[in-house]
Design a protein around this ligand. Structure first.
Ligand code: FES
Ligand SMILES: [Fe+2]
Length: 403
């Protein structure tokens, strides 16, 4: 492991990064409310940023959400799956990323692609959200058929329209990247690769056989919250004693400091000490990995978390201004899975994540419900939540098109 910034704010990283854009506000004139929110958020980019939570309206404003759809989710790498979800030719996963429909599909050539499922004829989605295996996407409306690479292969009764060129008709592409078995999507079709930003995380995780690990459990939950409530929550462990008394609080010291190491404008490593060293049976853990809960977060929020033999992944994806999909999974080394009862493994792997996720969901939905209160104001952040300020800074940089 490289040095971690001890419980402090790491230097603000605002260099060029994937999908670089520039200009103060190229999308038009913001309303006074949006302009005010952006002015407040710009302060997180200062050398001495305010140790304050976001303005409550930042979690409610449809206008800010629209800007986030373009400037944050329109050009960030979003963790959506593990390769075990799309391992064979024809396997697909369809979902929405900030209301943009996406299908990730493995082609017959073995290549994983990101496609828009919006039919080129009259916009019917060619596949419903969910997962499955297919040899083609046939639009249910007028039966245009597309191959797994997005190319149109059949459109009946179109010969009489000379303006229509079937050879150039295809489902639009998104960027997809597999990093050590984790599947990321970027709505920007020419996004710069994520891998260079993950170099340090890769070194940290060298003790795990990431490429051979097996996903033993997954979840997809719907939370009635703005995505930033869910994201900022996982950038800190300060809430553990409040919300996770029966789980995480049992293994971490009360008031444990979380160290933050900023690896890139997109990747932040957080670590929190444990009461007792972890023991793994199939992974040779370095001493410091035994003594900490490690968490690598990819902005906006997809993460890998290492815990003994297991790697847990988690992703926060908005589905509306006040709704968020929380996806995740648990991986184990193949040798622990071979010959084991898979259903027992699955149930066991979900025991703690199910409790932790339910606790977070209940609490954050309670926060969402009072965001409009006349007494909802910005609060002071604790020194125990340095990751939240890194998240705010990256958010401000993305919204103000500064990274
Ligand atoms: S909308 Fe897809 S075939 Fe008509
Ligand atoms: Fe939590």
């Amino acid at each position: 492991m490289t040095a971690v910034v001890p419980n402090g704010m790491a230097p603000a990283p605002v260099p060029a990064a994937p999908g670089t854009a520039s200009g103060a506000f190229p999308d038009g004139v913001p309303s006074p409310e949006l302009a005010g929110l952006l002015a407040e958020m710009a302060r997180y980019l200062e050398d001495d940023p305010p140790a304050l939570s976001l303005p409550p309206r930042a979690f409610l404003s449809p206008e800010l959400y629209e800007l986030e759809r373009r400037r944050v989710f329109g050009r960030s790498w979003v963790l959506v799956a593990h390769v075990d979800d799309v391992s064979k030719p024809g396997d697909y996963l369809a979902l929405t990323v900030a209301e943009e429909p996406v299908v990730v599909v493995r082609g017959s050539d073995g290549v994983l692609r990101g496609l828009s499922p919006v039919c080129r004829h009259r916009l019917m989605p060619v596949v419903a959200p969910g997962s499955g295996t297919t040899d083609a996407f046939t639009c249910p409306y007028h039966l245009w058929r597309y191959g797994l690479d997005g190319a149109l292969v059949e459109a009946a009764y179109m010969d009489g329209n000379p303006a229509f060129d079937p050879a150039s008709c295809r489902l639009p592409a998104f960027s997809v990247e597999e990093w050590n078995g984790f599947v990321f999507v970027n709505l920007d079709p020419v996004a710069a690769p994520l891998a260079p930003h993950m170099r340090q995380a890769g070194r940290d995780l060298e003790c795990y056989p990431l490429g051979q690990m097996v996903q033993v459990a997954t979840w997809v939950h719907q939370w009635g919250v703005n995505w930033k409530l869910a994201a900022q929550n996982v950038y800190e462990n300060y809430h553990v004693t409040g919300l996770h008394g029966n789980t995480i609080a049992q293994i971490t010291p009360p008031g444990a400091d979380t160290d933050v190491r900023v690896d890139s404008p997109w990747v932040t490593c957080l670590r929190t000490p444990l009461n007792a060293p972890l023991e793994a049976s199939a992974v040779d853990l370095p001493e410091d990995v035994k003594r900490y809960m490690y968490h690598w977060a990819v902005f906006p929020y997809g993460s890998l978390q290492a815990f003994a033999d297991a790697i847990i992944w988690l992703s926060v994806i908005p589905t509306a201004v006040d709704r968020t999909e929380v996806r995740g999974g648990v991986l184990l080394p193949a040798e622990l899975v071979a010959g084991a009862d898979r259903e027992a493994l699955r149930r066991n792997a979900l025991l703690t994540p199910d409790i932790v996720n339910a606790d977070d969901k209940q609490a954050l939905e309670a926060v969402q419900a009072v965001l409009g209160s006349r007494h909802a104001e910005r609060g002071h952040l604790s020194p125990k939540e340095p990751g939240v300020q890194v998240f705010y800074r990256n958010l401000a940089a993305a919204l103000l098109a500064r990274h």
